[in-house]
Design a protein around this ligand. Sequence first.
Ligand code: CTP
Length: 417
Amino acid sequence: MKNNVLQGKHIIVGITGGIAAYKSPLLVRLLVKAGAEVTCAVTPHALQFVTKLTLETVSNHPVYSDLFEHDNPHTTEHISLKDWGDAMVVAPATANIISKVANGIADDALSTLLLSFRKPLFICPAMNTQMLESPALKRNMQQLCDDGAFIVQPESGPLACGTSGNGRMAEPETIVDAMISQLSASCDGVALTQDCSSTLTPFSVLITAGPTYEKIDSVRFIGNFSTGKMGFALAEEFAARGCKVHLVAGPTHLSTNNTNIERIDVTSAREMYDAATRLFPSCNAAILSAAVADFRPEHEADHKIKKQSDQDDMTLHLVQNPDILASLGKAKRPDQILVGFALETDNELENAKKKLSKKNLDFIVLNSLHDKGAGFGHDTNKVTIIDRDGNIDEGSLKSKQAVAKDIADKMFSLVKI
Ligand code: CTP
């Protein structure tokens, strides 16, 4: 199911002159493995890093590199190729090609093809941090986004120039995941062969994460042990796939890396409710992983509550918080996907199934509290995914990043393919 969207599709892999071009043959192989037919279009500088022979061997197609090549059966190859391709990915994309495409410059085979291409376009930047952060490059990247291209964000790590920072091309697996996710979400099999660049707005996901704090007085609160790690891993995973992520986060020390993530920090359940209900109508999907306090003190003292010398006990009267997930379930449109988490200690499966139907979810992620290494604060988790068709997928103990990948795969298997 996961790779269906690439099955039989024609993908053009554009390659430009950066050291990350050594990973391009692997990207071609992964696309072919996913069922796509691949043709490479390269700049002369790309051929300094990777040979035509390698690319022709892995793609099983001639490489397009020269506008005026003599043995080229079509004198206007860029025109026939743009009709042949269902989607295009430029990996690596140098600052030069990004700036040329953003400004409509067509002075070689690849840039000419890109200027005429009107179907889904994925750009995978790779360059050193200073270039990536230059005002000119930022402007040009923004222009590409405005024109409907997907940016598969670069990652941080050692760079070819000997420094370390943001600018490494995303790994080929991440690029393929991003393509599958966005193509599944934006175009069905039929639309993919048509001009759908204008409808390709990024898939947007609302994610809630972390605990909520319910204020008792100016120095105390009711909270829980959630750290937000699962929700933040989900945010990074969806952002890496090119999605626009709205991350509504309760109090946590975690930080986010990907510029596709818009973070909204909140403290209480009611603040989380306000943010989530405001954002949900404009999102394609929502995943509520936050550990929301079900109750809050009826009255918040604006000063520190003092104990009396003869006081043996104290009663706090609590009132119920809004159930954010249930509210989104009521407001959900048929084209939206809603995912909840369940934390259960008894009758886990039965209770999770009840929540799935009661809150009108597409699937629910049941957290295990019984397994060592799973749950609050750990870097690993063990979950069972239950969908509304009754499918139950019990996962093994794995990193929260790997669990986030499973959840994203499940989500995109449900988006209209
Ligand atoms: N949730 C929510 N708002 C609340 C309470 C829960 O959005 N006020 C969401 C959580 O983010 C989670 C799901 O509902 O996705 C289930 O949360 P959980 O605590 O397991 O269940 P509750 O619905 O609170 O029910 P109970 O505490 O009785 O098990």
